[in-house]
Design a binder for this molecule. Sequence first.
Ligand code: FMN
Length: 151
Amino acid sequence: MAEPKILIVYASRTGNTEKLAQAIAEGARSAGGVSVELKRARDTKPSDAGADAFAFGSHSAFEYMAGELKSLFEDFYTIRDKLTGKPVLLFTTGQGGQSSALASIDRVVGVFNPSWVKPGVAVQGAPKDADKAKAREMGKKLAEAAKKKVK
Ligand SMILES: Cc1cc2nc3c(=O)[nH]c(=O)nc-3n(C[C@H](O)[C@H](O)[C@H](O)COP(=O)(O)O)c2cc1C
């Protein structure tokens, strides 16, 4: 059996959310036996929906996810069955609006009926060491869930 593939998709303008994505990737890789890819939302295509597990993240933009991530989800809508039942973790950063951005992604991705890996990671500003540790922990959980699913 091939290693389960984990795709981490993110939107980030000034690097905060990208750092969180990298910490999630580190945690997922630490589980071993998975392949992990990081992609910006604007570079992600419907054909990427074949991955075995996902993390989706964004900065808060007007208390919502970034437009490029919303646009990707609109593209995913017609092939939404490809995400059904797959492990999904969410993450956001913001200057106070990180939880509402997380809730906006939760609402949309919920339409695809994933297998949630919760809690999502919502961080204020640039991730500090404790935030990165939490992100690594959740990334590892995502990888474990992916391995269980594919076994
Ligand atoms: C256009 C725009 C709108 C934003 N709106 C919000 C907002 O509504 N609430 C909030 O908490 N932060 C808001 N922010 C701040 C960013 O979400 C925050 O600085 C985030 O950590 C930046 O992440 P990034 O470095 O990954 O781009 C906004 C930033 C931009 C550029």
